[in-house]
Design a protein around this ligand. Structure first.
Ligand code: Q9C
Ligand code: ZN
Length: 673
């Protein structure tokens, strides 16, 4: 359905005209390098774009006061001295004769993006804008921001398209206090922000940015703040917050539109953020959000001041919106202690508002504090700051590898009487497997010996897996006569080839035959009902839900907070997704699972379905092709027994799988006060 890109060079035509150390990083080059990188990587050309419009007064008044708008309107006519003085009433921002024009274009671009997505002209998109928006408040410019682009876009979507629930994900490294203030009483807009905080020592130094500021009145629970109290947070820290806070809550909330305050000062090398997450992480953050709201995602640029990591991160985001396979996740060694402390605090204060967090550990009451005490201890570290800054700016990281889409997106291996779904390619191999393979197959397929097509199906699948490994085919789908028999063989075959790791996800009660060895070459995660035997060895995990996979809430929760962390930490080179007969999983949940898993293994997923599941071929193919999954609807509370099961499994496995951790204490590290 396409990806929009809204950009206008005009927005590079304002800059700081006097000396102000606080503002010198916000330069026009931020936009030019980002756009040039999109062009150079052939991404700009693949997007749908058009001329952008200015936001109207009426648009701006959705969020800002008339007095403020009128004041900003005068800035194009001010002298340099007037501009300087006007600027003084606000924090960390500057004005320029052309900034009002640019600010109207920035907000206008965000609104046009909403229009394009809401009318279905495109599926998703990005607005590449300056000035940024998320710090600006009803009557105040702040933090390089003049008008609040994303807050305006949210109000606009509510008003013009009667959108009832908007999710705003603010992954910029600063707290978008302007967005928070705009929606703190509004339960129709869920605002999530993570931000460098350092116990209030970091700009904008607001008590309002801490984890216990959760929204007021009807909006209680709809404001989620994740303060980072240390610098140097990395990919694991970011993903942990997604898996254990944002995604479960977002799925429960069920937005009709997702807006991203897409600031990239949260990436490595940024002089403001001083974090260590690499640009490829934005491919995954984007991917993980891309199936919410039926795929309606609008990313709007906010911060990002390192002119190397900014364009790389922008490209990762846009390329993911376009549907290219994500890079393998890197550097996932588990969250750090400080991140776990924040995670624990956030989950704990929100457990009363979100049923997916109900089971979260309660905050020890002695810990409920913003710990501003710690500020004092750090007072005299200030002198080291300049040194520190240099270290950050000199940080080096590898350029994200090129992401190439295989020529064939989705190949299918289907019986002749099942038609090939649209946009897929029927696949079969005529190559006769060598004698050794044939004999092995025969041995393994004694029961199906009478079925001559079983052998050819199997050799096709083996060949398909080979072609996926060689990047000729991205993913595949097959209907097989007996998944239980085929899978062990395929797994064995796939895992022995050149050190591969295979993630096997099994939905339904297929009793897979051994051998699944515990050698780390396979990770088996099986979803079943309570009759299956519970297993949780490091590489062989069974989750037995009360009603099998029929309960969408329990199933989704398991996928988000158990399967995804396991999958990301395992980092497979191939995903085998198996659907047995009578799995009970509903179409939409199945499609979300299929879509989400494609963030792994460069999108190399092979779906194997029991013959009887013929009716799902179409929807499965659609998900493999990258279509957005249909919304699951607002989720009810998962069954208590299921929540307990998931927690028990998570608890036992977190020693081996660090991305499953949600608190500091449980692991025995750092449980001292
Ligand atoms: N050391 C955005 O990222 N503080 N705004 C600068 C300089 C202001 C950031 C202090 C940072 C504003 C959109
Ligand atoms: Zn920022």
């Amino acid at each position: 359905m396409g990806t929009a890109l809204f950009y206008d060079e005009e927005m590079t035509k304002y800059k700081l005209l006097w000396v102000d150390p606080a503002c010198k990083i916000e330069v026009p080059e931020r936009l030019t390098v980002s756009y040039e990188a999109l062009v150079k990587n052939g991404l700009a050309d693949r997007c749908i774009s058009g001329p952008i419009r200015e936001a109207t007064d009426a648009d701006i008044l959705l969020v800002h006061s008339e007095e403020y708008l009128e004041a900003v309107k005068k800035t194009p006519y001010m002298t340099l001295e007037d501009l300087k003085e006007f600027t003084l009433q606000y924090g960390d921002v500057y004005f320029h004769p052309n900034i009002y024009h640019c600010a109207k274009l920035a907000a206008g671009a965000a609104l046009q993006l909403v229009d394009s997505v809401m009318t279905g002209t495109v599926r998703n998109g990005m607005a590449l804008v300056r000035p940024p928006g998320h710090h600006s408040m009803r009557s105040a410019a702040n933090g390089f921001c003049v008008f609040n682009n994303v807050a305006t876009a949210a109000q606009y979507a509510k008003k013009k398209y009667s959108v009832e629930r908007v999710l705003i994900v603010d992954w910029d490294i600063h707290h978008g206090q302007g967005v928070q203030y705009c929606f703190q009483e509004d339960p129709s807009v869920l605002y999530f922000s993570w931000h460098r905080y350092e116990h209030q020592k970091f700009w904008p130094n607001l008590r309002d940015s801490d984890f216990d500021i959760i929204g007021t009145d009807k909006g209680a629970g709809f404001n989620i703040n994740v303060p980072w109290n240390k610098v140097g947070m990395n990919n694991s820290d970011y993903l942990s917050i997604f898996f254990h806070v944002l995604l479960p809550v977002a799925y429960e909330f069920c937005p009709e539109l997702v807006l991203v305050c897409a600031g990239f000062d949260s990436a490595i090398g940024d002089p403001e953020g001083e974090m260590c997450a690499t640009p490829d992480i934005f491919a995954h953050l984007t991917h993980l959000l891309m199936n919410l709201a039926g795929g309606k995602l609008c990313a709007v640029l906010e911060g990002g001041y390192n002119l190397t990591s900014l364009p790389q991160s922008v490209c990762q985001t846009v390329q993911t919106l376009l549907g290219d396979p994500a890079p393998l996740p890197t550097n996932l060694f588990g969250p750090c202690e400080s991140a776990l402390e924040s995670l624990h605090c956030v989950r704990s204060v929100h457990r009363q508002y979100w049923s997916c967090l109900k089971h979260a550990a309660e905050l020890p009451t002695s810990e409920i504090s913003t710990k501003r005490i710690k500020i004092e201890e750090k007072e005299d570290e200030k002198t080291e700051n300049e040194e520190e800054k240099k270290r950050v700016e000199e940080k080096v990281w590898p350029e994200p590898p090129k992401r190439v889409s295989p020529l064939i997106h989705t190949a299918v291996v289907l019986p002749d009487d099942v038609p090939c779904p649209n946009r897929c390619e029927r696949f079969s191999t005529l190559a006769i497997p060598d004698l050794v393979t044939v004999n092995k197959l025969r041995e393994n397929l004694l029961e199906a010996a009478s079925d001559s097509s079983a052998l050819s199906t199997l050799s096709s699948l083996i060949s398909l897996i080979e072609k996926m490994g060689q990047n000729e085919i991205r993913n595949g789908l097959a209907l097989v006569h007996d998944v239980c028999m085929v899978v062990p063989y395929l797994v064995q075959h796939a895992a022995t080839a050149s050190n591969r790791r295979v993630l096997v996800v099994c939905v339904g009660d297929a009793r897979l035959r051994s051998p699944f060895k515990d050698d780390g070459k396979t990770l088996l995660v099986q979803f079943g009902n309570k009759e299956l035997e519970e297993k949780h060895n490091k590489y062989n995990i069974t989750v037995c839900l009360q009603k099998g996979c029929t309960d969408i809430s329990g199933f989704t929760h398991t996928v988000l907070s158990l399967l995804l962390p396991l999958g990301y930490e395992y980092d497979p080179s191939l995903v085998l997704l198996i659907r047995s007969a009578d799995s009970g999983v509903c179409d939409s949940a199945w499609q979300h699972l299929t879509g989400l898993l494609q963030g792994l293994a460069h999108g190399r997923t092979l779906v194997l379905m029991q013959e009887t599941e013929k009716a799902c071929v179409g929807i499965t193919a659609s998900s493999l092709l990258g279509d957005a999954a249909p919304s699951l609807g607002q989720l009810h509370a998962p069954l208590l027994e299921d929540v307990e099961t998931i927690e028990r499994v998570r608890h036992r496995l977190q020693v081996d799988w660090k991305l499953l951790q949600t608190t500091v204490m449980e692991t025995g590290r750092g449980d001292s006060p």
